[in-house]
Design a protein around this ligand. Structure first.
Ligand code: AHR
Length: 509
């Protein structure tokens, strides 16, 4: 049976349909590309309380810290195995002047963060603070350079300051406490250059890309990977022009995609109808079609796939929490966000022939964050739990899966499958499968069959709450938390899993 218009059918289904049967064929004998760990990447911008309060409180804070980094947040991020961290924006990047963020903190200039609420930025978190954090986390830094309001010289010197062993920039770095250069791989040449990054045309931006990127040099064995500022959502022309005019001068082009139905009415993060839930899920997984369309354009110009696609901003974007600064983009995070994260990551895992990185927006206290802080309190969000549960896919080999299942239709008219699955072979040789059931009213009984593998022992985790609006607060921090998954049966080469409504499951065979 197909289900259409789940909202209008809810009452009917509640009485007649308790579960659906789905068969999933896992082709472990036909491995695909590696799932780069960077698919599980993060993004941190000088926006609201992401950096200040979220990551950095300063060494003199009464909040427990390691040299100024919040201890609780640092430890939670370490456990998440953050593979790559993008910084300092976002829109902020195109107004950021890196030389304001080095040297003694007390004498760093102050600026107005005009993109994000007019907050005064004291530059106490700058290049050293960011790159040292990446080293402590074991994450690759991804620097977003200022093309909108900066200069070629400014960006060129930033690269030299971070990565050169000798010369004036290296001497300044050493005088500021860091003798050894850092390793910096990823460098973005601008951000959203079609919008907050300068309101450019793709043709004009392509010329600027060629100029700015020419002077971003490789010093002393550091090899830069240059990212051209890419399209938003359905702007396929932007990708086409970049592929034509920038081409192999870039290692990658980026893409941004947020799950927003109506920019003027984004809706509450916690108070929403079932219909609004289905709409957001549908919009989130429309990314698959958007990725495919950008990939087709890239394939036309670059059939050998030398240029990567990086989805360096994605996630949900709701109204800010009542009473908070509208420019700070602070939103709660529910089981709905967990479903968005799980279903999106399952899609990304299948597109890694071209898609090599994805950075959810953002890591702490902004948009679909991993962590929320308030004073000395911290809470992990449902999205954090999904990222942690899915971390077994990092650098694993993708395994194709095939299935047919019911089709859902959202109130906004989008059709999408009622199940989400991806699989990989981990470095330890285990089969790792992640699944999500987006149906609010229906369990799914999923029968997994393998080509040849005998599943042996099965272990797993489940993220599930009775209400899709469930979320964690400082008072109730474990309303949504993973539990051991026991809803499976093994029989020969077949494993049967029962996924409760609105649940996310990760199993290892
Ligand atoms: O993530 C918030 C903002 O969204 C970023 O600064 C910008 O790049 C995008 O529009």
């Amino acid at each position: 049976m197909k289900f259409l218009k789940p909202i209008s059918l809810l009452l009917l289904l509640a009485s007649v349909a308790i579960s659906a049967q789905v068969r999933v064929a896992v082709h472990e004998s036909d491995p695909g590309p590696v799932i780069p760990k960077e698919i599980y990447g993060q993004f941190s911008e000088h926006l609201g309380r992401c950096i200040y309060d979220g990551i950095w409180v300063g060494p003199d804070s009464p909040i427990p810290n390691i040299d100024g980094y919040r201890k609780d947040v640092f430890e939670a991020l370490k456990a998440l195995k953050v593979p790559v961290l993008r910084w300092p924006g976002g829109c902020f990047a195109d107004e950021y002047h890196w030389q304001d963020g080095i040297g003694p903190r007390e004498s760093r200039p102050r600026m107005i963060n005009s993109n994000w609420g007019g907050t005064v930025e004291d530059n106490s978190f700058g290049t050293h603070e960011f790159l040292n954090l990446c080293e402590m986390l074991g994450a690759e830094p991804y620097i977003s350079g200022n093309v909108g309001s900066g200069s070629v010289e400014e960006l060129a010197k930033w690269v030299e300051y971070m990565t050169a062993r000798g010369g004036t920039m290296a001497e300044r770095r050493a005088a500021n406490g860091r003798k050894e250069p850092w390793k910096v791989k990823y460098i973005g040449i601008g951000n959203e250059s079609w919008g907050c990054g300068g309101n450019m045309t793709p043709e004009y931006y392509s010329d600027l890309y060629r100029r700015y990127s020419t002077y971003c040099r490789d010093y002393d064995g550091n090899r830069l990977y240059k990212v051209a500022s890419g399209a938003s959502d359905y702007d396929y022309n932007w990708t086409k022009v970049l592929m034509q005019q920038v081409g192999h001068r870039a290692d990658a082009v980026s893409l941004h995609y947020y799950s927003i139905i109506d920019w003027n009415h984004k809706g509450s993060a916690t108070v929403f109808t079932d219909g609004e839930y289905y709409d957001i899920i549908a919009k989130a997984i429309e990314i698959e079609e958007v990725l495919r369309n950008h990939e087709v354009i890239m394939d036309t110009f670059d059939p050998e796939r030398r240029i990567d696609l990086l989805l360096d901003e994605w996630g949900t974007w709701f109204d800010v929490e009542p009473g908070t600064n509208p420019g700070h983009l602070f939103q709660q995070n529910t089981m709905r966000d967990a479903l968005v994260a799980a279903m999106s990551l399952n899609i990304f895992n299948k597109h890694t022939a071209r898609l090599k990185m994805a950075n959810i927006a953002q890591i702490v206290n902004v948009l679909q964050s991993m962590i929320l802080t308030g004073g000395d309190k911290m809470v992990l969000t449902p999205t954090y739990h999904v990222f942690r549960m899915f971390s077994g896919h990092q650098d694993a080999v993708a395994v194709p899966v095939e299935f047919t299942c019911d089709t859902l239709q959202s109130p906004s008219g989008r059709l999408y499958p009622a199940l989400s699955v991806s699989a990989s072979r981990t470095k330890e040789g285990r089969l790792f499968i992640t699944l999500a059931n987006p149906c609010l009213d229906k369990a799914q009984i999923v029968t997994l069959t393998m080509d040849a593998l005998n599943p042996g022992s099965v272990s797993g985790e489940i993220l599930h709450a009775a209400d899709i609006r469930a979320h964690n607060t400082f008072d109730k921090p474990v309303q949504v938390a993973p539990k051991a998954f026991v809803g499976f049966k093994v029989s020969g080469r077949t494993v049967t899993l029962t996924l409760p409504p609105a649940s996310v499951v990760a199993v290892t065979l």
